[in-house]
Ligand binder design. Structure first.
Ligand code: GLC
Length: 751
């Protein structure tokens, strides 16, 4: 048997080597035929510039780009979707250019293509890696059926600042969980075979530190140090590389005062050097040209020179490579080897996708019709939507709702909104196509529902490029809402953010419920105390007043196409909520950035009364809801924390176990979380670090012992020696239902 396995491994190794050498031979052979301009063309990505299946390009802009396309000066297009459009453009590249090199078609498939799943921040709250991978798989199946071969996802930026609107695209504040989710999403998009017609190249973005934009203001300077970079920001990117991600996208911000697009340290030293990444890096939109306003490049040519030499392989929409790189190469400012390396990487991804074998493999009209929006896909996004909901509060078991003979007031513009739950970065999600909360509730016919808008949160329509008109004055709907609440047994208030109030360019200086929603909530609460607050939002919000007054609070995020059904199933108890927060909720915006894995400081605060300690005079340090927090309709008790030994060396491991019991009356799922604390090191160390988690499902009265193994790999970090290593010393280990867990055991790591 052993011989057979060895033989098999050797065969696999030989086959992969043969494949690689075939790929290398193919690429080198093609490269040798290419002119300098054709090589530069592969490094150029254009946005869709006309409806390729419609009339020919009009206007100088379209005609010039059409000429570039026909002359082989375009390697990729973004925002071109649909089999007809893709086929028409691919036909020009393949049949009308000298070498017929196929284009690679990219799109932001961030949380679904047309069937929309929850925003990634919501999905991360499921802690269900299989469901997250499945969600990305469904997105890839639909996107590839629409002719696409490349998505600009997963966004793996760690962020601790809810003022930054792009937190909705990420997986929260923790690098351990963020790394596992990055891996799951890359696998979901790329599958096991990138050459299959239903898998697409993924793109880890935005490399790097974008989520640390100062003051949460988008595109702003990110000012971190090397150790935060390596210990917090880079791990999900490295996880994406380990998962075989095909591409990276750099970021708009500066890292160590240098724009990431022009950072040799990030793109060559770390990504392509230390990590051995052999895919390619695409710039972010126009980020090469933006090095001029950054004050880092003299002019366009200088920006192109910096970016190419620093390892930005493809230029998204600054047109500087296609206009300036030829002169830079002939003048020796950019060596031809830089261009050849970039082009080889780009051709390599096209080769892996099978585009050279069949450039039209993604262009199948029947598949497009059959796959996109299918019932199966809707069921998949409903599943992950339910799992993403977090129960934040449930006093007096107000939830789940009784299914019969109740009069329920449903209040809030967002309750009847079929658009907001599609969220930002909605791909080709169809406007107003989501199941609204009201529609979901109406599918339960045993109660009487009274819907009142209460207040306009916003006016008119909005889209990716416009800002909303928020209502701060019209209270004309308040009275109707009060009357409805007064005559009801229970009130469901659906409040939060419109779909485009988070995402790119949506930074806020406060985290309150937008507009007059808070006022409406307080008015309704005055006439009926049985209020269930359902939040439809894209970021942690300041809901301190609600936490003090409202008996039940459900964090429902922007859950995608099946939002209303998922929310109704949770409110009625057909799905017992199991989500756990992956970003801390602040008591107010003054606490931000706020996160669970913070440093203790030399003056840790135990009480606000101690003036000379690290505390505020007006608010306690702790978040309103911590990382890892989420309730269930049942209750889970933790007991009997055990550790197999109180010391280990780097070659040993320790088993830590706890008993989890379902002490309530509902079957439920619990995310059991493992944290460690390294009490001292060559650098100051966080008070807690997530090092593992397991989902357990328990019947009422059932209990299970949950085991975790701690080995040396979990104790490593990027130390003062600038390398990943563990350091002997004292550790605490915790197991609990959120990052506030206090019971721990101690152990030593010995030399
Ligand atoms: C945007 C975003 C990036 C996106 C790209 C293409 O500006 O920063 O995440 O993938 O442009 O749409």
């Amino acid at each position: 048997m052993r011989k057979l396995i060895t033989l098999l491994l050797i065969t696999v190794l030989i086959v992969s080597c043969v494949n690689n050498s075939e790929k290398e031979t193919f690429i080198n052979d093609l490269l040798s035929q290419m002119t300098l301009d054709e090589k530069i063309g592969q490094m150029n990505q254009y946005n869709g510039f006309w409806d390729a299946t419609g009339p020919m390009p009009e206007g100088e802009y379209q005609k010039a780009r059409y000429r570039d396309l026909k002359n082989g000066l375009v390697g990729s297009m973004l925002n071109v979707t649909g089999v007809d459009n893709v086929r028409a453009l691919q036909k020009i590249a393949v049949e009308e250019t000298r070498l017929g090199i196929p284009l690679i078609f990219a799109f932001d498939v961030i949380h679904g293509y047309e069937t929309i799943s929850p925003i990634p921040l919501a999905e991360s709250a499921s802690w269900d890696l299989e469901a997250i991978e499945k969600s990305a798989r469904v997105a890839a199946i639909e996107a590839s059926a629409a002719g696409l071969n490349w998505t600009f996802a997963p966004m793996v930026d760690i962020s601790r600042d809810a003022r930054w609107g792009r937190v909705m695209e990420g997986a929260g504040e923790d690098p351990f969980l963020g790394s596992l989710i990055a891996k799951a999403r890359v696998k979901g998009f790329q599958g096991d075979d990138l050459s299959a017609f239903n898998t697409i190249a993924a793109c880890a973005k935005h490399f790097a530190s974008y989520g640390f934009a100062e003051a949460g203001r988008d595109y702003n300077t990110a000012d971190t140090n090397e150790y935060t970079l390596f210990n917090t920001i880079l791990p999900p990117f490295k996880a994406a590389v380990d998962a075989g991600v095909s591409t990276f996208m750099n970021s708009f911000n500066t890292v160590d005062e240098i724009p990431a697009t022009g950072s040799t340290f990030l793109q060559r030293d770390i990504l392509k050097g230390e990590w051995g990444f052999n895919g390619f890096v695409v710039s972010d939109w126009g980020s090469i040209g933006e090095m001029i306003p950054h004050g880092y490049a003299r002019d366009g040519a200088h920006a192109a020179e910096i970016a190419a030499n620093a390892g930005s392989d493809m230029d998204m929409e600054s047109s500087l490579y296609v206009r300036k790189l030829n002169e830079l190469v002939t003048s020796g400012k950019v060596d031809i080897s830089i261009v050849d390396d970039a082009v080889s990487r780009i051709l390599g991804v096209k080769y892996d996708l099978g585009l050279f074998d069949d450039p039209y493999k993604y262009c199948n009209k029947e598949r497009e019709k059959e796959i996109i929006g299918s019932k199966e896909n809707q069921e998949a996004v409903l599943d992950i939507a339910r799992k993403s909901i977090v129960l934040l509060k449930n006093e007096n078991q107000l939830l789940p709702l009784k299914k019969n003979n109740q009069t329920i007031a449903v209040i809030g513009q967002l309750a009847n909104d079929k658009n907001s739950s599609i969220g930002n970065w909605r791909g080709r999600g169809i406007a107003n196509s989501a199941i609204s909360v009201l529609e979901g509730l109406k599918s339960y016919e045993g109660n009487k529902l009274i819907y009142k808008k209460g207040v306009d949160v916003y006016y008119g329509d909005t889209n990716f490029f416009t800002r909303l008109d928020i209502n701060y004055s019209d209270r004309s709907g308040f009275n109707q809402a009060r009357l409805a609440a007064k005559s009801s047994d229970v009130v469901i208030m659906v409040l939060g953010e419109e779909g485009f109030q988070t995402g790119e360019g949506r930074s806020r200086t406060n985290l309150l419920l937008p507009g007059l929603q808070q006022e409406l909530l307080e008015e309704v609460y005055k006439v009926n105390k049985n209020v269930v607050l359902v939040l439809v939002n894209g970021r942690p919000l300041n809901i301190s007043w609600a936490d003090e007054n409202i008996p039940a609070i459900v964090e429902a995020w922007q859950l995608g196409s099946q939002a209303g059904n998922a929310i109704a199933q949770v409110l009625y108890g057909d799905y017992n909520p199991s989500g756990k927060l992956t970003m801390s909720f602040p008591r107010n915006v003054g606490q931000v950035p706020i996160y669970y894995n913070y440093k203790n400081t030399g003056r840790p605060s135990k009480s606000q009364k101690t003036v000379t300690a690290s505390a505020y005079s007006d608010v306690e340090n702790s978040p309103l809801y911590p990382f890892g927090y989420g309730l269930s309709y049942t209750s889970f008790d933790y007991s009997d924390l055990k550790i197999s030994s109180d010391s280990m060396n780097v070659n040993q491991s320790i088993i830590v176990s706890v008993t989890v019991a379902n002490s309530g009356k509902y079957k439920g799922k619990e995310v059991v979380q493992l944290y460690t604390r390294d009490l001292y090191g060559s650098l100051t160390r966080p008070l807690k670090e997530l090092k593992g988690f397991k989902m357990v499902e328990l019947e009422p009265g059932e209990s299970k012992t949950v085991n975790f193994t701690i080995d040396n790999s979990l104790l490593k970090y990027y130390t003062v020696n600038k390398k990943w290593e563990s350091e002997s010393g004292d550790f605490n280990v915790y197991i609990g239902g959120d990052s506030n867990v206090e019971i721990f055991k101690k152990f030593k790591l010995i030399d």
